[in-house]
Design a binder for this molecule. Structure first.
Ligand SMILES: [Ca+2]
Ligand SMILES: [Ca+2]
Length: 308
Protein backbone atom coordinates (compact mmCIF):
# COMPACT_ATOMS: atom_id res chain seq x y z
CA UNK A 1 0.00 0.00 0.00
CA UNK A 2 1.35 3.44 -0.89
CA UNK A 3 0.34 5.70 2.00
CA UNK A 4 2.75 8.52 1.15
CA UNK A 5 1.64 11.49 -0.92
CA UNK A 6 3.54 12.52 -4.06
CA UNK A 7 5.09 15.59 -2.45
CA UNK A 8 6.57 13.46 0.35
CA UNK A 9 7.99 10.95 -2.17
CA UNK A 10 9.61 13.69 -4.25
CA UNK A 11 11.15 15.24 -1.13
CA UNK A 12 12.35 11.77 -0.10
CA UNK A 13 13.92 11.20 -3.50
CA UNK A 14 15.62 14.59 -3.21
CA UNK A 15 16.99 13.63 0.22
CA UNK A 16 14.93 16.36 1.89
CA UNK A 17 13.10 14.29 4.54
CA UNK A 18 14.35 13.64 8.06
CA UNK A 19 16.06 10.38 9.03
CA UNK A 20 13.04 8.72 10.66
CA UNK A 21 10.88 9.50 7.62
CA UNK A 22 13.62 8.24 5.28
CA UNK A 23 13.76 4.93 7.14
CA UNK A 24 9.96 4.66 7.16
CA UNK A 25 9.68 5.13 3.37
CA UNK A 26 12.65 2.85 2.58
CA UNK A 27 11.19 0.12 4.77
CA UNK A 28 7.73 0.50 3.19
CA UNK A 29 9.28 0.40 -0.31
CA UNK A 30 11.04 -2.87 0.48
CA UNK A 31 7.57 -4.44 0.99
CA UNK A 32 5.51 -2.54 -1.56
CA UNK A 33 6.23 -3.05 -5.25
CA UNK A 34 4.01 -0.20 -6.37
CA UNK A 35 5.80 2.25 -4.08
CA UNK A 36 9.15 0.86 -5.21
CA UNK A 37 8.13 1.37 -8.85
CA UNK A 38 6.96 4.91 -8.16
CA UNK A 39 10.29 5.77 -6.54
CA UNK A 40 12.12 4.22 -9.47
CA UNK A 41 10.16 6.35 -11.95
CA UNK A 42 10.88 9.49 -9.94
CA UNK A 43 14.53 8.51 -10.04
CA UNK A 44 14.48 7.80 -13.79
CA UNK A 45 12.75 11.05 -14.65
CA UNK A 46 14.61 13.32 -12.29
CA UNK A 47 17.95 11.56 -11.97
CA UNK A 48 18.36 12.17 -8.29
CA UNK A 49 16.68 9.21 -6.57
CA UNK A 50 18.82 8.00 -3.68
CA UNK A 51 16.89 4.76 -3.18
CA UNK A 52 18.96 1.59 -3.49
CA UNK A 53 17.53 -1.28 -5.56
CA UNK A 54 20.51 -3.57 -5.03
CA UNK A 55 18.82 -5.74 -2.40
CA UNK A 56 15.75 -6.48 -4.52
CA UNK A 57 15.69 -10.12 -5.80
CA UNK A 58 15.94 -10.40 -9.63
CA UNK A 59 12.44 -11.94 -10.11
CA UNK A 60 10.86 -9.21 -8.06
CA UNK A 61 12.88 -6.53 -9.78
CA UNK A 62 11.49 -7.78 -13.12
CA UNK A 63 7.93 -7.31 -11.85
CA UNK A 64 8.85 -3.85 -10.54
CA UNK A 65 10.36 -2.91 -13.90
CA UNK A 66 7.20 -4.10 -15.68
CA UNK A 67 5.19 -1.90 -13.36
CA UNK A 68 7.59 0.99 -13.96
CA UNK A 69 7.08 0.66 -17.72
CA UNK A 70 3.32 0.96 -17.29
CA UNK A 71 3.77 4.08 -15.13
CA UNK A 72 6.11 5.56 -17.74
CA UNK A 73 3.48 4.77 -20.38
CA UNK A 74 1.00 6.76 -18.32
CA UNK A 75 3.54 9.60 -18.19
CA UNK A 76 3.70 9.52 -21.98
CA UNK A 77 -0.04 10.15 -22.10
CA UNK A 78 0.78 13.55 -20.64
CA UNK A 79 3.66 14.51 -22.96
CA UNK A 80 3.78 18.20 -22.05
CA UNK A 81 4.28 17.44 -18.37
CA UNK A 82 6.75 14.71 -19.20
CA UNK A 83 8.77 16.93 -21.52
CA UNK A 84 8.90 19.74 -18.98
CA UNK A 85 10.11 17.41 -16.24
CA UNK A 86 12.79 15.94 -18.53
CA UNK A 87 13.91 19.42 -19.52
CA UNK A 88 14.25 20.41 -15.90
CA UNK A 89 16.10 17.17 -15.11
CA UNK A 90 18.63 17.87 -17.87
CA UNK A 91 19.15 21.39 -16.63
CA UNK A 92 19.93 20.12 -13.14
CA UNK A 93 16.84 21.72 -11.63
CA UNK A 94 14.78 18.56 -11.46
CA UNK A 95 14.17 18.47 -7.73
CA UNK A 96 12.90 21.99 -7.48
CA UNK A 97 11.17 21.69 -10.84
CA UNK A 98 9.18 18.60 -9.95
CA UNK A 99 7.93 20.25 -6.80
CA UNK A 100 7.08 23.39 -8.79
CA UNK A 101 5.11 21.39 -11.37
CA UNK A 102 3.03 19.64 -8.77
CA UNK A 103 -0.07 21.54 -7.62
CA UNK A 104 1.09 23.59 -4.68
CA UNK A 105 -0.32 22.44 -1.36
CA UNK A 106 -2.83 24.78 0.20
CA UNK A 107 -2.17 23.00 3.48
CA UNK A 108 0.21 20.23 4.51
CA UNK A 109 1.09 18.84 7.93
CA UNK A 110 3.17 15.71 8.57
CA UNK A 111 2.96 16.10 12.38
CA UNK A 112 6.64 15.24 12.65
CA UNK A 113 7.88 17.76 15.20
CA UNK A 114 5.66 16.90 18.20
CA UNK A 115 4.34 20.46 18.18
CA UNK A 116 0.72 21.26 17.36
CA UNK A 117 1.00 23.85 14.60
CA UNK A 118 -1.30 26.69 15.62
CA UNK A 119 -0.37 28.50 12.40
CA UNK A 120 -2.33 25.83 10.45
CA UNK A 121 -5.00 24.70 12.89
CA UNK A 122 -7.54 26.41 15.14
CA UNK A 123 -7.52 25.69 18.89
CA UNK A 124 -9.45 22.39 19.18
CA UNK A 125 -12.73 22.73 21.09
CA UNK A 126 -13.18 20.43 24.07
CA UNK A 127 -16.34 19.19 25.73
CA UNK A 128 -14.79 16.90 28.36
CA UNK A 129 -11.54 15.99 30.08
CA UNK A 130 -11.23 12.63 28.28
CA UNK A 131 -11.42 14.23 24.84
CA UNK A 132 -8.68 15.85 22.78
CA UNK A 133 -5.79 15.57 20.33
CA UNK A 134 -2.05 15.10 20.72
CA UNK A 135 0.81 15.29 18.23
CA UNK A 136 3.33 12.54 18.99
CA UNK A 137 5.50 9.94 17.21
CA UNK A 138 5.19 11.81 13.92
CA UNK A 139 1.40 11.75 13.71
CA UNK A 140 -1.72 13.15 15.36
CA UNK A 141 -3.84 11.23 17.85
CA UNK A 142 -7.59 11.91 18.10
CA UNK A 143 -9.32 10.74 21.27
CA UNK A 144 -13.06 10.67 22.03
CA UNK A 145 -14.16 13.31 19.51
CA UNK A 146 -10.78 14.92 19.15
CA UNK A 147 -11.08 17.71 16.56
CA UNK A 148 -8.65 19.03 13.97
CA UNK A 149 -9.95 22.25 12.35
CA UNK A 150 -8.08 24.14 9.64
CA UNK A 151 -7.45 27.80 10.22
CA UNK A 152 -7.79 28.40 6.51
CA UNK A 153 -11.10 28.27 4.65
CA UNK A 154 -10.98 26.57 1.26
CA UNK A 155 -12.96 27.21 -1.88
CA UNK A 156 -13.06 24.34 -4.35
CA UNK A 157 -12.15 22.55 -6.42
CA UNK A 158 -9.83 20.88 -3.91
CA UNK A 159 -8.43 17.47 -3.02
CA UNK A 160 -7.95 16.41 0.61
CA UNK A 161 -5.73 13.44 1.44
CA UNK A 162 -4.32 11.86 4.59
CA UNK A 163 -3.43 8.54 6.23
CA UNK A 164 -5.67 7.02 8.91
CA UNK A 165 -5.43 4.17 11.39
CA UNK A 166 -7.84 3.38 14.21
CA UNK A 167 -6.88 1.43 17.28
CA UNK A 168 -8.81 -1.59 18.49
CA UNK A 169 -8.82 -1.07 22.23
CA UNK A 170 -9.94 -4.63 22.92
CA UNK A 171 -13.52 -3.61 23.62
CA UNK A 172 -16.87 -4.57 22.13
CA UNK A 173 -16.50 -4.19 18.33
CA UNK A 174 -19.83 -2.32 18.21
CA UNK A 175 -17.71 0.56 19.42
CA UNK A 176 -15.26 0.55 16.50
CA UNK A 177 -14.09 4.06 15.72
CA UNK A 178 -15.54 6.44 13.13
CA UNK A 179 -13.56 9.14 11.39
CA UNK A 180 -15.48 12.16 10.13
CA UNK A 181 -14.13 14.59 7.55
CA UNK A 182 -16.10 17.78 6.97
CA UNK A 183 -15.56 20.08 4.00
CA UNK A 184 -16.95 23.59 3.50
CA UNK A 185 -17.82 23.96 7.19
CA UNK A 186 -18.01 26.93 9.57
CA UNK A 187 -15.81 24.73 11.79
CA UNK A 188 -17.99 24.96 14.90
CA UNK A 189 -19.12 21.65 16.47
CA UNK A 190 -22.36 21.71 18.41
CA UNK A 191 -21.76 21.80 22.21
CA UNK A 192 -24.54 19.23 22.70
CA UNK A 193 -24.00 15.46 22.66
CA UNK A 194 -22.79 13.88 20.46
CA UNK A 195 -20.79 17.03 19.56
CA UNK A 196 -21.03 16.67 15.77
CA UNK A 197 -20.39 19.40 13.19
CA UNK A 198 -23.84 20.36 11.85
CA UNK A 199 -22.94 22.00 8.54
CA UNK A 200 -20.92 21.40 5.37
CA UNK A 201 -20.25 18.17 3.50
CA UNK A 202 -19.84 15.43 6.11
CA UNK A 203 -17.97 12.26 5.14
CA UNK A 204 -18.09 9.52 7.76
CA UNK A 205 -15.75 6.53 7.63
CA UNK A 206 -17.69 4.09 9.77
CA UNK A 207 -15.54 1.14 10.84
CA UNK A 208 -18.35 -0.68 12.68
CA UNK A 209 -20.84 -0.75 9.79
CA UNK A 210 -18.15 -0.97 7.11
CA UNK A 211 -19.32 2.08 5.21
CA UNK A 212 -18.18 5.43 3.87
CA UNK A 213 -21.13 7.81 4.09
CA UNK A 214 -21.63 11.31 2.71
CA UNK A 215 -24.22 13.82 3.97
CA UNK A 216 -24.70 17.54 3.36
CA UNK A 217 -25.72 19.94 6.12
CA UNK A 218 -26.77 17.06 8.43
CA UNK A 219 -27.81 19.25 11.37
CA UNK A 220 -29.58 21.94 9.36
CA UNK A 221 -32.96 22.33 7.69
CA UNK A 222 -31.66 21.80 4.18
CA UNK A 223 -30.10 18.43 5.15
CA UNK A 224 -29.38 16.40 2.02
CA UNK A 225 -29.04 12.72 2.81
CA UNK A 226 -26.27 11.46 0.60
CA UNK A 227 -24.79 8.28 -0.78
CA UNK A 228 -22.83 5.57 1.00
CA UNK A 229 -20.47 2.84 -0.13
CA UNK A 230 -19.32 -0.39 1.44
CA UNK A 231 -15.74 -0.48 2.71
CA UNK A 232 -14.11 -2.49 5.49
CA UNK A 233 -11.79 -0.60 7.82
CA UNK A 234 -9.82 -3.13 9.86
CA UNK A 235 -8.30 -1.93 13.14
CA UNK A 236 -4.58 -1.27 13.46
CA UNK A 237 -4.23 -0.87 9.67
CA UNK A 238 -3.17 2.26 7.80
CA UNK A 239 -5.49 3.49 5.04
CA UNK A 240 -4.81 6.30 2.61
CA UNK A 241 -7.90 8.45 2.16
CA UNK A 242 -8.39 10.87 -0.74
CA UNK A 243 -11.44 13.07 -1.15
CA UNK A 244 -12.08 15.19 -4.23
CA UNK A 245 -14.45 18.16 -4.26
CA UNK A 246 -14.96 19.78 -7.66
CA UNK A 247 -17.26 22.40 -6.15
CA UNK A 248 -20.35 20.22 -6.46
CA UNK A 249 -19.42 16.54 -6.72
CA UNK A 250 -17.69 14.73 -3.87
CA UNK A 251 -15.79 11.46 -4.37
CA UNK A 252 -14.11 9.39 -1.65
CA UNK A 253 -11.21 7.05 -2.47
CA UNK A 254 -9.67 4.51 -0.09
CA UNK A 255 -6.37 2.85 -0.98
CA UNK A 256 -4.66 0.03 0.83
CA UNK A 257 -7.40 -2.60 0.66
CA UNK A 258 -5.52 -4.84 -1.79
CA UNK A 259 -8.86 -6.06 -3.11
CA UNK A 260 -9.10 -6.61 -6.91
CA UNK A 261 -12.90 -6.11 -6.69
CA UNK A 262 -12.30 -2.63 -5.28
CA UNK A 263 -9.48 -1.00 -7.25
CA UNK A 264 -7.89 2.03 -5.60
CA UNK A 265 -8.75 4.36 -8.49
CA UNK A 266 -12.50 3.70 -8.18
CA UNK A 267 -14.34 5.87 -5.62
CA UNK A 268 -15.93 4.08 -2.70
CA UNK A 269 -18.75 6.61 -2.80
CA UNK A 270 -19.53 9.73 -4.81
CA UNK A 271 -22.41 12.14 -5.16
CA UNK A 272 -23.53 15.65 -6.02
CA UNK A 273 -24.26 18.23 -3.30
CA UNK A 274 -25.32 21.48 -4.98
CA UNK A 275 -27.12 22.92 -1.92
CA UNK A 276 -24.10 22.89 0.43
CA UNK A 277 -21.97 26.03 0.93
CA UNK A 278 -19.16 26.46 -1.57
CA UNK A 279 -16.32 27.16 0.86
CA UNK A 280 -15.30 26.72 4.48
CA UNK A 281 -12.96 25.02 6.93
CA UNK A 282 -11.73 21.43 6.84
CA UNK A 283 -12.65 19.55 10.03
CA UNK A 284 -11.54 16.04 11.00
CA UNK A 285 -12.76 14.28 14.15
CA UNK A 286 -13.25 10.78 15.50
CA UNK A 287 -16.02 9.09 17.48
CA UNK A 288 -17.09 10.31 20.91
CA UNK A 289 -16.82 8.27 24.11
CA UNK A 290 -19.91 6.04 24.23
CA UNK A 291 -21.03 4.20 27.36
CA UNK A 292 -17.62 4.67 28.91
CA UNK A 293 -15.88 3.15 25.87
CA UNK A 294 -13.02 5.32 24.55
CA UNK A 295 -12.19 5.80 20.86
CA UNK A 296 -8.79 6.48 19.39
CA UNK A 297 -7.57 7.23 15.86
CA UNK A 298 -4.29 8.47 14.41
CA UNK A 299 -3.92 10.56 11.26
CA UNK A 300 -0.86 11.70 9.30
CA UNK A 301 0.16 13.68 6.19
CA UNK A 302 -2.95 15.83 5.96
CA UNK A 303 -2.76 17.64 2.62
CA UNK A 304 -5.13 19.99 0.79
CA UNK A 305 -4.35 20.76 -2.86
CA UNK A 306 -6.15 22.39 -5.75
CA UNK A 307 -7.95 19.63 -7.65
CA UNK A 308 -6.14 18.76 -10.88
CA1 LIG B 1 3.68 19.87 14.22
CA1 LIG C 1 4.24 12.03 10.06
Amino acid sequence: MNRFDEETLVLYAAGRVDESRRREIAEAASRDEELLATLEVIGVVCGFCKFSFRKVPPTRLQRVQDRSRSILAAARRHPVWFALVLLLAVSGMAGAGWVMLMPRSLLHDNFNDNWFDSRLWLPPPSFGDKQGIREADGRLKLVNRGYLISKQEFTGPIEVSFDWIWNELGLNPVYADHLVIVLRSAGIPTPDYPFEVPDGIVIRLNAWEGRAEVDAEPGLQNHQKGEWGEVKFSPDTWYHIRITDDGERIAVYVTGRNDPDHPDEKPVVEGSYPMAPKSGHLVIYNREQVGGVPHESWIDNVTVRPLR
